[in-house]
Design a protein around this ligand. Structure first.
Ligand code: ADP
Ligand code: ZN
Ligand code: ZN
Length: 806
């Protein structure tokens, strides 16, 4: 147990970056141990922080006392404290910010804090003690009642300001309690088209486009949609439809446990194919030796990687250890999650981003108390508090969604590797399209490489046909004759088709034919996308919306033209071409949130959809036997992005979507439409041949000193004032040079490819290179600069191992 230390070091999620030392008042001795949340005075406020260390003496004489210890026992053990500390150092961000990320979201909101009067406070009200008027008012307020909750007090800032002083004098006390999430039945209002109503027959005023859009959405959701999803941001339009009796509403009770998984497992292990057996044996060696060992499980799509994970986890469990499984975006991988639930039943806890804070907190507590042996979750689940963790699996390890694009900008896969290292456990990285980082380390012998070169039961990889759009008339380029014929064939045989395009919306550009102006977002340097369902133009980075103008804002011409194809337009074209087919669309605009996504994928699995159109959402590891055709509508955009990872990304996305075809007994085909038919990436995709890509691109990266052969830190200087952003980037470059960073390690400063984002101008400076000396200098300079102020709202963000350079 902890000794009664007199002082503790506390870190905070916001505000200060370095740990601060506090005195532990006598009544909290013993409870104030590392990993515990506390309330502590910071400036004039009392804020939540996390104890990270204990001390017997204070570095300075006058340290403030803690106001309160919030948790009866630590939320984070030593191991998770060490892990979060490593992440903070590596990603150059405050430790407290990483700890907050590691704890379930909303835990602070679940903590009820109250203030009450002490006996000394009561005495002070009647006695001679000097009190300022605000202090007296506050004590009188407290004297009237048992206690007051701090959120209520927030409406009285003058009272809040007196809290630190009153606390120090012992006149008031602050209490906090984190209870279990309150369990009450959760009701949900489901909207549905009224009986016999069809959006095509209803008569609406010509300008009621919002109402029409709602009817169309509801027509596509026969089981109904939650009210908010049905309204699509237009509650008034929905209300009007309900008033007219076109839409009905009913209340249903929704389960607190959104997964309804069987407590008893329903699925048994399969007999492994020889390559699977070898892979399993390789992982098993590391498991038995109880050593840190990263293993790269590189297996083509449909080669049975998931079955290997399942069986190795069963072995870990048999040894009394626990497993952590990371998946890319959990809402998009319900079928993969189902396989863990089917095999292990109630032993599994799913950390789902769609959970309410209370539900998530309950799941997190169950895990911490040892009530779940397997945790499946996305990026932040890497911090799940499993007490006997023995193996970590990162599925689709190449997936960009493992990188968090806001601070702390950590990479879930890399934190997982560090976690395994701290625990001396194996970590399995699985992919059909490994990241360059992992492949390089496997080549260098730092990771053990395990291969599954063939699909299960020697099923063939999809036959890939590349259609040269240069020889296709412009009017046929959405659905070229070979692709259209292949779809028609699938409709005849009752097989299913996926059509992939990486742009949502209807048209991606509105252009004036008179003066050539394009309609851009007023806040970002990006053109607005036309969304047909709402009849509006929308910015895909900041969600700005407007009605399409009747005239060009630059020259007043009325000759405005929509260009650039998005998924909505493909959907419309497919419906028109194949009116009898059951067509659906899956992208970020699909209404209904993750439940609707899950429902769409369930309908696809059940064979109730003939053609599914979508963005890369449709390519995330689904295993649907009826899909035998995949069409890539336009490959070219992805091949030409201004990013050194563009090729790697394009290869992964195309290989993954193509890999959805022919996973069952019937073989699959893919059709890729492109203006660059001989591009080496498409050639590599054709054979699911990662080595071709590697051999083409690795030497270039090595030459230019880029990852995976070097470390990279992207500094993003941004400001609403154009010169301030540039000035900050230039200043950073100067200081880096002054600390001895060589010029060849600096690329930039230069305007970011996405120059303006949410009204801020952005400048980039990429620092990249090898060797620990450079690394140390970089970290030091970055730390220095991050603390300095650049004036005029300039901000500096540091992105270690950036996933994207936009
Ligand atoms: P991957 O994860 O590599 O894409 P999956 O694990 O999804 O591949 O396997 C593809 C299909 O093959 C799944 O339907 C799975 O149930 C099946 N499968 C996997 N291993 C075996 C096996 N040893 N015997 C029979 N079927 C298997
Ligand atoms: Zn114009
Ligand atoms: Zn915008």
């Amino acid at each position: 147990m902890t000794a009664d230390h007199a002082f503790v070091d506390v870190v905070f999620p916001v505000g200060v970056e370095e740990p601060l030392t506090y005195r532990v008042p006598a009544e909290w001795r013993g409870a104030a141990s590392p990993g515990t949340r506390v309330l502590a005075p910071l400036g004039s406020r009392i804020v939540t922080g996390y104890i990270v260390a204990e001390r017997d003496s204070a570095p300075v004489a006058a340290v403030k006392p803690l106001a309160e210890v919030l948790d009866p026992e630590p939320l984070l053990d030593k191991h998770l404290l060490a892990l979060t500390r490593w992440a903070a150092e590596y990603y150059l961000c405050p430790w407290g910010e990483v700890i907050r990320t590691a704890l379930p979201p909303g835990i602070d909101a679940l903590t009820r804090r109250t203030a009450s009067l002490t006996s000394a406070g009561r005495a002070a009200l009647t006695g001679p003690a000097p009190l300022r008027p605000a202090e007296r008012d506050f004590l009188l307020l407290l004297a009237d009642r048992e206690s007051l909750s701090l959120p209520i007090l927030r409406r009285r800032p003058e009272a809040v300001r007196t809290i630190p002083h009153l606390l120090r004098r012992g006149l008031i006390a602050i209490h906090a309690k984190t209870g279990p999430a309150r369990v009450r039945p959760q009701l949900c209002e489901l909207c549905q088209l009224a009986d016999g109503i069809s959006p095509d027959t209803v008569r609406l005023a010509a300008r009621a486009s919002k109402q029409r859009a709602i009817l169309q959405t509801l027509a596509a959701a026969p089981d109904g949609l939650p009210r908010a999803d049905a309204a699509q941001g237009n509650p008034a339009a929905l209300a009007a439809l309900i008033r007219r009796g076109l839409v009905t509403v009913r209340s249903v009770e929704v389960s607190r446990d959104p997964f309804r998984f069987p407590v008893e497992p329903v699925d048994a292990p399969r007999d492994l194919a020889p390559a699977q057996q070898e892979a399993l044996a390789g992982i098993d060696d590391a498991l038995a030796a109880r050593t840190f060992q990263p293993l790269l499980l590189y297996g083509v799509t449909g080669s049975g990687k998931t079955e290997v994970y399942l069986q190795v986890i069963a072995r870990a469990l048999a040894q009394g250890r626990q497993a952590l499984v990371l998946v890319p975006e959990i809402a998009l991988t319900p079928l993969a999650v189902q396989r863990f639930l089917a095999r292990f039943g109630g032993k599994v806890a799913v950390l789902h981003s769609g959970l309410q804070p209370g539900e998530r907190y309950d799941a997190w507590r169950r895990i911490r108390q040892g009530g779940a042996d397997i945790v499946v979750g996305a990026r932040s689940a890497v911090f799940a508090p499993l007490p006997r963790l023995g193996i970590v699996v990162v599925d689709e390890e190449h997936d960009p969604s493992y990188k968090q694009e806001e601070s702390p900008r950590y990479h879930g896969r890399d934190v997982a590797i560090m976690r395994a290292k701290l625990l001396e456990a194996p970590v399995v990285l699985g992919s059909a399209t490994p990241s360059f980082e992992s492949y390089e380390r496997a080549q260098a012998g730092r990771y053990r490489l395990l291969r599954l070169p063939e699909r299960i039961e020697a099923r063939p990889l999809p036959e890939v046909e590349i259609v040269d759009l240069r020889h296709v008339p412009a009017s046929d380029r959405l659905l070229s004759p070979p692709l259209a014929a292949a779809i028609a064939e699938r409709l005849r045989t009752g097989e299913q088709t996926l059509l992939f395009l990486n742009r949502r919306g209807f048209s991606t550009l509105l252009l004036c034919e008179e003066c050539g102006a394009t309609l851009g977002c007023p806040h970002c340097s990006i053109s607005l996308t036309y969304h047909a369902a709402h009849g509006r133009l929308r910015c895909h980075t900041c969600d700005f919306e407007r009605r399409p103008p009747a005239q060009c804002p630059a020259c007043n011409s009325i000759r405005m033209r929509y260009l650039g194809v998005g998924t909505q337009q493909i959907e419309a074209a497919v419906r028109q071409r194949f009116p009898a087919a059951r067509v659906e669309r899956l992208d970020r605009d699909s209404a209904g949130g993750w439940r609707a996504i899950e429902a769409t994928l369930a309908r696809l699995t059940a064979g109730e959809i003939d053609i599914l159109v979508g963005t890369q959402m449709i390519g995330k590891g689904h295993d649907i036997p009826g899909v035998t055709l995949v069409g890539v509508i336009a490959a070219d955009m992805a091949l030409s992005l201004p990013d050194f990872r563009a090729g790697e990304r394009a290869f992964a996305v195309f290989t993954q979507v193509v890999g959805r075809a022919g996973r069952g007994v019937r073989p699959g085909t893919a059709v890729i439409q492109t203006f660059n038919p001989t591009h080496y990436i498409l050639q590599a995709v054709q054979r699911q041949d990662f080595e071709t890509l590697w051999k083409a691109e690795a030497p270039l990266r090595q030459e230019r000193g880029l990852p995976p052969f070097a470390r990279a830190v992207l500094a993003i200087a941004s400001s609403p004032v154009e010169q301030a952003a540039e000035g900050a980037a230039t200043e950073l470059a100067k200081r880096l040079t002054a600390t001895g960073v060589p010029a060849r390690a600096l690329s930039g400063p230069a305007p970011a490819p996405l120059y303006r984002l949410r009204s801020r101008y952005r400048w980039h400076l990429l620092v990249h290179g090898q060797g620990s000396r450079l690394r140390a200098r970089m970290d030091e300079a970055a730390r220095q600069v991050r603390r300095s102020v650049f004036g005029r709202n300039a901000r500096l963000d540091l992105d270690v191992d950036p996933a994207s350079l936009c």
